[in-house]
Write a protein of this length. Structure first.
Length: 138
C-alpha cells in the first residue's frame, strides 16, 4: 500500500513537472495592449486640450443608434379608437406649475461631532458687521 501511494505521488509530481515545462506565450501581452489602447482612447476623448484650445462642438462626432423594437402584437388593438398620443401636449401652462423642493433627512449612521474639533462652528465668520462684501474664488 505504501509503495502504491509513493508511486502515485511520484506520478502526480512528474505530471506536474511536465505541465510546467511547456513554454507558452506571455498571456498578459494582449491584456496590456488592450489597456494601452483604452488609455489612449480615454486621453483622446477626455484628456486636457493643449495650448488652452477650445474644442469645437462641430469636431465631435455623434452617433445616433436607432434600434428597432419589434412587438409580437398590434398595439392599436389595446388603445381606444380615436387615441391620439399627442393630444393635449401643449396645453400645460408651465408658469402656473409650482415646484416644491422636498427636504430629505439624511442619516449617515454615526455622530459627526466626535470627528470635529471642540467648539467647531461651521458658520463662524459668515456674518460681516463691517459692511464689506467678502467673495471667494476657487
Amino acid at each position: 500500500m505504501i509503495r502504491q501511494s509513493i508511486l502515485l505521488i511520484f506520478a502526480l509530481f512528474a505530471l506536474h513537472v511536465n505541465a510546467n515545462n511547456e513554454t507558452s506565450e506571455n498571456p498578459f501581452s494582449d491584456y496590456i495592449s488592450l489597456e494601452i489602447e483604452k488609455l489612449e482612447l480615454e486621453q483622446e476623448l477626455f484628456g486636457e486640450t493643449t495650448n488652452d484650445e477650445a474644442v469645437s462642438i462641430a469636431s465631435i462626432d455623434v452617433y445616433d443608434l436607432k434600434e428597432d423594437v419589434e412587438l409580437d402584437f398590434n398595439t392599436s388593438d389595446f388603445l381606444p379608437e380615436d387615441f391620439n398620443a399627442k393630444a393635449g401636449m401643449n396645453d400645460i401652462d408651465w408658469s402656473t406649475v409650482e415646484l416644491i423642493e422636498l427636504e430629505e433627512d439624511f442619516d449617515i449612521g454615526f455622530d459627526t461631532s466626535s470627528y470635529l474639533p471642540k467648539g467647531f462652528n461651521p458658520y463662524k465668520g459668515m456674518t460681516c458687521t463691517s459692511g464689506t462684501e467678502v467673495t471667494f474664488h476657487y
